[in-house]
Design a protein around this ligand. Structure first.
Ligand code: GAL
Length: 333
């Protein structure tokens, strides 16, 4: 008798605990705020990308605290709330004295090469007047460094500025950059060690696009890019193709007129046990100045025809384990 009386309260407690655990699985992404690291300092990782290693996501990006001549920082997180400063992997004129002090790095992107077991960074390697139009490549045995210089120059003799990397499901990596004085996009296939560009395909010819970000979803490549308007935001466009090298659709608009005051830096894939969420990661530059530029993360949505959509959300929630996301439930007043 006594035993039976305990069953109902026990069940209620178990149910409450499971609802609690479920609620806890979601982490809230709040957009527009300054991120702070565990030292209490501003997270400085602009124009970068994420690399997942086990349960950690590493974030590489430009340290813009001195505005010009950015260094390259590396942070890690397990929940997109707590940001641990890992290392300043490239410090202008210090860690790589052979490269001098006068150049600057923009849009550093980190990838892991499963064949060589090395971490490789490709970036825009520029002079103050954007006249150099070069790329830079760095490599390390451990994700936190030290990174050694592999190469700097123009990939396949092509003037190259704003850039990104794209690693396909088969491990083939590409460097994609704004080429020929901001006229075209160049898609450069990388060697198997990711050290050099071995082939070039011209994309978006004459369209003057930059800040490209590519993702492969079930064999369809989606590429978001911006117009070239410096630090000012503009309307992002999206184009798709089943083949990276040809057949790209006529670009169409995505997001609002100024892409919610952002410019793409990367597309982050969160593959969970239940689903996969694709996240648009963008820079809100000059908010209000370069060092205080914000990182904005928005869940990518798809309409019934599979077209990507981008909607503004001040806050939203993601379950990193299950790979699902949801809107924040508004509390009833
Ligand atoms: C933007 C570009 C940034 C940076 C900036 C400088 O168009 O996306 O990476 O180069 O211009 O004005």
């Amino acid at each position: 008798m006594k035993k039976n009386r305990l069953i109902l309260p026990t069940l209620i407690l178990a149910l409450a605990a499971s609802i609690g655990a479920h609620a806890q699985r979601f982490t809230t992404i709040r957009n527009g705020l300054q991120w702070t690291d565990t030292r209490g300092e501003m997270v400085q990782a602009h124009g970068g990308n994420f690399l997942q290693v086990g349960k950690k996501w590493y974030l590489i990006g430009e340290d813009r605290s001195r505005s010009w001549n950015p260094d390259v920082n590396l942070y890690s997180t397990t929940d997109f709330q707590t940001w641990t400063f890992e290392a300043k992997i490239i410090e202008n004129g210090v860690t790589h004295p052979e490269l001098g002090r006068s150049r600057m790095i923009e849009r550093p992107k980190l990838m892991y090469n499963a064949q060589t077991g090395k971490y490789v960074v490709w970036c825009h390697w520029e002079a103050r007047n954007y006249g150099a139009s070069e790329a830079g490549v760095f490599e390390a045995d451990s994700i936190t460094g030290p990174y050694r210089t592999v190469w700097t120059g123009r990939p396949i003799d092509t003037k190259s500025r704003d850039c990104n990397i794209f690693v396909d499901h088969d491990g083939t990596a590409y460097f994609i950059s704004t080429t020929d004085e901001n006229t075209n996009l160049g898609l450069f296939t990388l060697s198997s060690d990711y050290h050099s560009a071995t082939a070039k395909t011209v994309l978006c010819e004459g369209m003057r696009r930059e800040a490209p970000a590519i993702v492969n979803i079930h064999g369809t490549y989606h590429m978001i890019s911006s117009a070239c308007t410096g630090w000012d935001p503009n309307q992002a466009l999206i184009t798709t193709s089943r083949n990276l090298h040809e057949g790209w659709s006529t670009p169409r608009r995505i997001g609002d007129r100024i892409t919610y005051d952002t410019q793409a830096s990367s597309i982050l894939t969160i593959a969970g046990t239940k689903d996969t969420t694709y996240i648009y990661v963008g820079d809100r530059w000059m908010d209000p100045d370069l060092p205080h530029s914000k990182i904005i993360m928005l869940p990518i949505e798809f309409d019934k025809d599979g077209n990507m959509q981008l909607n503004w959300r001040e806050e939203w929630q993601i379950d990193l384990k299950r790979g699902t996301w949801r809107d924040v439930k508004k509390k009833k007043k």
